[in-house]
Structure formats: structure tokens, C-alpha cells
Design a protein around this ligand. Structure first.
Ligand SMILES: Cc1cc2nc3c(=O)[nH]c(=O)nc-3n(C[C@H](O)[C@H](O)[C@H](O)COP(=O)(O)OP(=O)(O)OC[C@H]3O[C@@H](n4cnc5c(N)ncnc54)[C@H](O)[C@@H]3O)c2cc1C
Length: 441
């Protein structure tokens, strides 16, 4: 029997997983694998890890949940640690697979791994087959070539939202013969299936205690992601007021909080889209139900922008190639005050303390602290983006670096150069000072 490895990355789910579904359609034995990439946990020059403890915890839970859900259908998850391009290639050769299936990424670090793996596999006659499966819209369905992607989001949206048909979700794989065959095989091969601990990923400390002020007790995994969807749409009907509440700062339900599950692929955006459509049929269709779709389009847009512009996304001069950002400074002490929530501006400090204590921050908060760092403190925006990368539980390479480009005024939108007046923002969004009191007393 032929064998296929399904290599999981930021697609930690069974639902709407094209690579997994296609692999199970072949008459082959499917071997699901996840590889913890050691580079993701390394310290960076700015003094923190590329992946901080909140995201590491969420990731470990998500991988554990995927393994459990695979076990329920008679399979398992092989767990490796190291460089995926080395580890997956070695495993593929050891087992003698025909192909490796997985998800197609867009940014430099991820595509470098893909290319390296592809070369290694090709030299031993193994095929690498990667599927586009992280967005609502499929890359191939866009009504323009990627190089013609509009630089203004509204133009992109208007060009796509009515025209592009969102592809239906892929079914979950059933309990299949090939999985059972794999279950019998893997003890014989002695394949590793044990999750690393936080310590093994390089964290000296144990998890910080859950802060009682945190918006949510985020737990990684497809199961909890689907539960959150059920809660937000069906159990509490929050979807129908999303547009009015989405700029909130306190509590679990002012916004969907889907981002962390989306970032690791525990939730598929197309699954959310289908649930919105179902909700509109069964409950109500209004501006709020549309607005969640609208926000998911923003997420798609940043991924497409990242693919179009490549490494400019990470350059100080940004997508625009702006010289303006070059004038900013690299003052470690000022940066540290921002991180610690010690700038002296209560609204900024409250937001930074929330981020530090919980790994989450509202969209409103992110916009304000990012603008303040770049436009008021005049610190390099890349530093802020790197800190968010480490600290955010929902870090997504395209959404994070794309939003930072926008806020820093170096994005691709020629019109976009927004300045957030912090006092005005605090007055508007924290009128009674409740949020500031919650976080800075
Ligand atoms: C400086 C900065 C950095 C950011 N970094 C990230 C990041 O690393 N990961 C991330 O997922 N989002 C990021 N965002 C976007 C946004 O702040 C979060 O997606 C949102 O706050 C998550 O909360 P939610 O799931 O409750 O959002 P909701 O308001 O419920 O929105 C639903 C979903 O739409 C998408 N979405 C909403 N707003 C945006 C946006 N501006 N850009 C892209 N997608 C959006 C997200 O997937 C989100 O889960 C960033 C925004 C800024 C200003």
C-alpha cells in the first residue's frame, strides 16, 4: 500500500482540511505528522523569544487536541522536533512514502522551509503537494492576477465580495482503513508521538497564572475553537450585535475572539463563513453578520498582500518603500517602557499591561499602542511588530506585519497614513475610564 504523509503546520484541524481530505481519498496509508520548528522558539536580539509563552501554550494544546481527534478516527499524530525540512524529509524517506501533503504558506521563512523540503524530497523521488487552505477566498478564484491585487482594501473587497464564490468546506475524514493500517504500523516503526513540554521548547519558567482580568481563558485546539463558534453564534447570539460591540475593550464577547484559533488553523475561515450563512438563514441577517465576513476579508487581504509584496512586508521602509520610517529611532529604554506599560499615558499603559499579562489585546488597543510607538515615541515599527509576534496568542505573520505596515504609514495603501490621537481615542472608547482602572488601577 502506498503511503502519504500529511504534514500539519498552521492548519491544526480535521474539518475543511483539503490536504488531509485529498490524502484520504487516495488508496494510501495516511501518516499525519507535526514538527515543532526549533527556530520558532529561539530568543531574538530584542531580548524576547520569537514565540512567547502564551502562544507556545496555545500551540501545545492545539497539537494535543489534533492528536486526540486523530486518535478518535483510528489514527494518530507523529510528533517531531527540529527543522521540518530535515525532519519531515528524513521521516518520509525512512517510511518510504510516495508524497507529502500540506498547506501552502506565503511568507519568506515558511516558503524557505517548503522549498528546502521540496528539494530534499525530490532528490529521492518523493512529491511535495501543498494546498492553499488558510483563507476564505481561494487564490485561484481571484478575478485578477495576484500582481494586480488592488492596493486599497475597499477596491479589493468590491472586486471580490459579490463575484468570488467561496468554495465549500471539505468534509472531515471518516474512520478509514488506511488510518487503521497506520495504527498497526506505527508501533513497529517506533514513531514518536509524545508532545514536548514547555521546558523542552526552551521555556525556563512555568506558565504564568491565568489573570482574572483576561478576556478569555484561551485553550488551543479545533474542539475549543468550534465551541467558541457555537458560543458566539448560537448560544449567546452575539453575532447579531457584532458591529456595535466590536470596538469594545473588556470581556469575552465584545468580539468573536476567533483570531487565535484562526491563526493556527484550528478554525477554518470557510467554516465560519458557512456558519454565518446558516445563522443568517435561521436567525437574522444584518449589518453585524455581514461585518464579521468583512473582517475575515481583511484577513484574506493581508495574506494576499504578503504574497504579492514578499519581503517588503518586513522591511523598515515597508510595502511602500517609504523613507519616512527610516527617521525613527532604536531606543531600547523607551521601547522597554512601552512594553512594560510605563509610558505614563494611562490608556497606552493599560493596553500594554493587558497584552503583557494575557497575550491578547483588542483591535482598538492594538491600533492605539502601535500608533503611539511609531508616531509619538518615534521607535522603529519593526520592534513593535516583533514584540507583538512574540507576545500575541493569535500572532499571524500576514495580519501582524500587514497591520503594522498600515499603522506605521508604510503600507501599500497610498492614502493610508493614520494618526491616532490617544486622548481622543481613550475618551471615545473608554469614556468612563473603566478599562484604564481595570489595568492600571
Ligand atoms: C498592530 C496590529 C497587529 C495585529 N496583529 C494581528 C495578528 O498577529 N493576528 C491576527 O489575527 N490579527 C491581528 N490584528 C488584527 C486584529 O486586531 C485581530 O484580528 C483582532 O483584534 C482579533 O480579535 P477577534 O478575533 O475578537 O476579532 P473580531 O473583531 O471578532 O474579527 C473576526 C476576525 O476577523 C479578522 N480580523 C479582524 N480585524 C482584522 C484586521 N485588522 N486584520 C486582519 N484580520 C482581522 C481576524 O481573523 C478576527 O479573528 C492586528 C491588528 C493591529 C492593529
Amino acid at each position: 500500500m502506498e503511503k502519504i504523509i500529511v504534514w500539519f503546520t498552521n492548519d491544526l484541524r480535521l474539518h475543511d482540511h483539503e490536504a488531509l481530505w485529498r490524502a484520504t481519498q487516495k488508496n494510501a496509508m495516511v501518516i499525519p505528522v507535526y514538527c515543532f520548528d526549533e527556530r520558532h522558539f529561539a530568543p531574538i536580539k530584542l531580548g524576547f523569544r520569537k514565540t512567547g509563552i502564551f502562544r507556545a501554550k496555545f500551540l501545545l494544546e492545539a497539537v494535543a487536541n489534533l492528536q486526540k481527534n486523530l486518535q478518535k478516527i483510528g489514527s494518530n499524530l507523529v510528533i517531531l522536533k527540529g527543522k521540518p525540512e530535515v525532519q519531515i524529509a528524513a521521516l518520509a524517506q525512512q517510511i518510504g512514502v510516495k508524497a507529502v501533503f500540506g498547506s501552502k504558506e506565503v511568507c519568506a521563512e515558511e516558503t524557505a522551509v517548503e522549498q528546502e523540503l521540496e528539494i530534499k524530497l525530490r532528490t529521492v523521488g518523493i512529491e511535495l503537494n501543498l494546498f492553499w487552505q488558510a483563507t476564505l477566498l481561494h487564490l485561484e478564484d481571484l478575478p485578477f492576477p495576484l500582481q494586480k491585487l488592488p492596493d486599497v482594501f475597499t477596491d479589493f473587497r468590491k472586486n471580490c465580495e459579490k463575484i468570488v464564490k467561496i468554495r465549500p468546506t471539505f468534509k472531515n475524514p471518516n474512520k478509514l482503513l488506511d488510518f487503521q493500517a497506520f495504527s498497526q504500523l506505527y508501533p513497529a516503526l517506533n514513531l514518536p508521538t509524545t508532545l514536548p513540554t514547555l521546558q523542552e521548547l526552551g521555556f525556563a519558567t512555568t506558565l504564568p497564572m491565568q489573570d482574572s482580568r483576561a478576556v478569555l481563558d484561551f485553550e488551543g485546539g479545533e474542539t475549543t475553537g468550534l465551541q467558541r463558534l457555537q458560543h458566539y453564534f448560537w448560544d449567546t447570539d452575539q453575532l447579531k450585535v457584532y458591529k456595535e460591540t466590536r470596538n469594545g475593550l473588556i470581556g469575552a464577547d465584545y468580539s468573536s475572539k476567533f483570531s487565535a484559533w484562526l491563526a493556527l488553523g484550528c478554525l477554518s475561515p470557510r467554516k465560519i463563513y458557512e456558519e454565518i450563512a446558516d445563522y443568517e438563514q435561521k436567525r437574522v441577517q444584518n449589518d453585524s453578520t455581514y461585518w464579521l465576513f468583512f473582517e475575515l476579508l481583511w484577513r484574506d487581504y493581508f495574506r494576499l498582500v504578503a504574497k504579492k509584496y514578499g519581503n517588503k512586508l518586513f522591511a523598515l521602509s515597508g510595502l511602500k518603500g517609504s523613507r519616512q520610517a527610516l527617521q525613527n529611532r532604536t531606543d531600547q529604554a523607551v521601547f522597554e517602557q512601552w512594553i512594560q506599560g510605563k509610558t505614563g499615558l494611562p490608556f497606552i499603559d493599560a493596553n500594554m499591561k493587558e497584552l503583557q499579562a494575557t497575550g491578547f489585546l483588542s483591535n482598538r488597543g492594538r491600533q492605539n499602542v502601535a500608533s503611539y510607538l511609531v508616531k509619538d515615541l518615534h521607535i522603529h515599527w519593526q520592534w513593535g511588530a516583533s514584540y507583538f509576534e512574540s507576545q500575541l496568542i493569535d500572532y499571524d505573520v500576514c495580519s501582524n506585519w500587514g497591520n503594522w505596515n498600515y499603522i506605521a504609514g508604510v503600507g501599500n495603501d497610498p492614502r493610508e497614513n493614520r494618526y491616532f490621537n490617544i486622548a481622543t481615542q481613550a475618551k471615545k472608547y473608554d469614556e468612563k475610564g473603566e478599562y484604564v482602572r481595570l489595568w492600571v488601577g
